[in-house]
Design a protein. Structure first.
Length: 464
C-alpha cells in the first residue's frame, strides 16, 4: 500500500499536497497476449487497491503494459523467479518503467488523517451515521485538526453531506447533545430507516443513537400483537412506532417539545395514527395519566365489539385491555428514580385485577452502572426506590453496551409486584420514609460515547 505524503501540522485542507508519483516496473506485451501473460505472472502482478495492473502503452496501440509487483525494482527483474523471468524475456516485447500518479482521491480518510497528525497518533475516523450526518466525538487532542478532519470525512464518504462533532455540553432539561458543524451543509434534519419504519427529526434538538438499533429490535421482539405498551421516554419513536406497526397499541410520551413534535410527525409518516397516542408530559405525570386514560377509555366503552371511534378526524381503536402489558423506561441516567411512580398506582384496583384475572405489567428500565458488580448495584438501587425487594427469580438484567470506560448500559426487566402496585397511602409513606438515598451518577465529563453525560435533571428527554 502506497502512503500519502506526510503533511504533519496541516490544519487547512489543500488536496494538491497529497500527490505522489510511484515508479513501477512493467512488461510490454502484444495486446492479444495480455490474458496469457496475466495467467502466468499472476503472483507477481501489481495488485494494489483502486489501481489497474494493465495500462495502455503510450508508444503503441498494439501493445499493453502489464505492471509488476512493487518488490520488482529494476529492469533486470530482481526478486522474481527465474521461470517467470525467462517467460517474460521470451514472450514479452520489453521491460519498461511506468509512472503511476496518485492523487488525494486515491487514499482513504484514515491514510490522509494519519498524514496530517503527529507521528504515532491514532487516526480518529470513526463516526456514527444518522441519515446524511456523520456524528463524530473527537477527543481534545484532535480539536486543533477538527475542521480538516471533518472535511476529509466529508470527502471520503459520498453519502455524507454534513459532519458534526459533539461538544462537552449537554442540555440539562431535554438531554440532547450540543454539537458543532465541522464540514458540509448546515442541515440537521435527518431521515432514518429502522425496524421497517421511517423516522424524521432535527438531530440537533432530539436524542437519537443509531447504535441502539439492536436493542430496539431485542425489546420489540418481546411484544405481541394486540398488547398495550406505555413508552415513558419515547423520543421520536424508535420503540413506539415499530411496536405499533407490529399491531400493539402504544401510549408514547416525551417531555422535549421537539421530540414530541417529531414523534407526532413520525406517527403520521408511518400511518399508525390509530395505534399511537402521543403525550408531551413529565415522565412521572405521564405514567399516572396514561394508566388513568386507558382505564377511562375502557370504562367508557361498554360494547367492546365496536372497535373504533372517531376522534379529531383520526380513527382510534377502542381499548380492549384495562391495563398495559409493558412499560418502557429508556432514560438510563435517571429512569430508576421514576420507578416510585408505580407505588400504589393501582391501590384501589386490586379486587378488579383479580376479578378480571389481569396481570401486572412488565417494566423494562434502562440504567447505567460503573460498578464492578453491576447486577448487585442495580438491584440495590431499584429496591431502594420501590421500597420492596426484587426477588431473584423475578427479574432479568440484560447488558446493552459499553458507553465509556468503566460505564455500561443495562436493561432491567421485571414484572411489577402486587406489593408495589397495590400499596396504600399509609404503607407508601412508611416505605418512603425508610427508603435509601437514590443513586447519583457522578459522571461530570463527557466520555467517548453518546451516552456519557453530566448529571442531569430527572425529567429529561429519552435516551433511546
Amino acid at each position: 500500500m502506497f502512503l500519502p505524503p506526510v503533511q504533519h501540522g496541516t490544519t487547512v485542507l489543500n488536496r494538491e499536497l497529497f500527490r505522489r508519483t510511484v515508479e513501477v516496473i512493467g512488461v510490454r506485451v502484444p495486446t492479444n497476449s495480455v490474458a496469457k501473460f496475466l495467467k502466468v505472472v499472476n503472483k507477481d502482478l501489481f495488485n494494489q487497491p483502486k489501481l489497474k495492473n494493465v495500462v495502455n502503452d503510450p508508444e503503441s496501440s498494439n501493445t499493453r503494459i502489464i505492471l509488476l509487483n512493487p518488490k520488482v525494482e529494476s529492469l533486470e527483474l530482481d526478486n522474481i523467479s527465474s521461470e517467470i523471468k525467462n517467460f517474460i524475456k521470451n514472450e514479452g516485447v520489453g521491460v519498461v518503467k511506468h509512472s503511476v500518479e496518485l492523487k488525494y482521491d486515491y487514499w482513504g480518510a484514515d491514510d490522509i488523517i494519519k498524514a496530517i497528525l503527529p507521528s504515532g497518533v491514532e487516526s480518529p475516523t470513526s463516526f456514527t451515521q444518522v441519515g446524511h450526518i456523520a456524528h463524530m466525538n473527537l477527543r481534545d487532542e484532535f480539536l486543533p485538526w477538527k475542521y480538516i478532519i471533518g472535511q476529509i470525512i466529508l470527502d471520503k464518504n459520498p453519502n455524507i453531506t454534513t459532519v458534526v462533532n459533539k461538544t462537552d455540553v449537554i442540555d440539562t432539561t431535554y438531554r440532547f447533545f450540543k454539537m458543532e458543524i465541522l464540514a458540509g451543509e448546515n442541515n440537521m434534519i435527518a431521515e432514518m430507516k429502522e425496524s421497517n419504519c421511517r423516522f424524521r427529526f432535527d438531530f440537533s434538538q432530539v436524542y437519537w443513537n443509531s447504535r441502539l438499533h439492536t436493542e430496539h429490535s431485542r425489546l420489540l421482539s418481546m411484544f405481541k400483537k394486540g398488547e398495550y405498551i406505555c413508552d415513558v421516554f419515547a423520543g421520536v419513536g424508535p420503540f413506539a412506532i415499530p411496536a405499533a406497526k407490529k399491531g400493539c397499541i402504544v401510549y408514547a410520551n416525551d417531555l422535549n417539545p421537539s421530540s414530541y413534535n417529531y414523534l407526532v410527525e413520525n406517527i403520521k409518516l408511518n400511518k399508525v395514527q390509530d395505534k399511537v397516542h402521543p403525550y408531551n408530559l413529565d415522565g412521572k405525570l405521564f405514567i399516572s395519566k396514561a394508566v388513568f386514560d386507558l382505564q377511562k377509555a375502557y370504562d367508557d366503552n361498554a360494547e367492546l365489539s365496536k372497535i373504533s371511534k372517531v376522534k379529531n378526524n383520526v380513527t382510534l381503536q377502542k381499548p380492549l385491555s384495562y391495563n398495559f402489558n409493558h412499560f418502557i423506561m429508556n432514560l438510563p441516567a435517571t429512569a430508576i428514580e421514576f420507578l416510585d411512580a408505580f407505588k400504589g398506582l393501582w391501590k384501589d384496583k386490586e379486587a378488579l385485577f383479580k376479578s378480571l384475572d389481569l396481570e401486572l405489567p412488565m417494566i423494562h428500565c434502562y440504567c447505567f452502572s460503573k460498578s464492578d458488580t453491576p447486577e448487585v448495584e442495580i438491584v440495590e438501587r431499584i429496591n431502594a426506590v420501590l421500597g420492596y425487594p426484587l426477588k431473584e427469580d423475578t427479574y432479568k438484567i440484560h447488558f446493552v453496551r459499553k458507553v465509556a470506560p468503566n460505564k455500561d448500559m443495562y436493561c432491567v426487566s421485571f414484572q411489577l409486584s402486587q406489593a408495589v402496585a397495590f400499596v396504600h397511602g399509609s404503607e407508601k409513606r412508611k416505605q418512603d420514609s425508610i427508603k435509601a438515598v437514590p443513586h447519583v451518577d457522578d459522571s461530570t465529563s463527557v466520555g467517548d460515547d453518546d451516552d456519557t453525560t453530566k448529571q442531569v435533571k430527572r425529567h429529561k428527554s429519552e435516551d433511546q
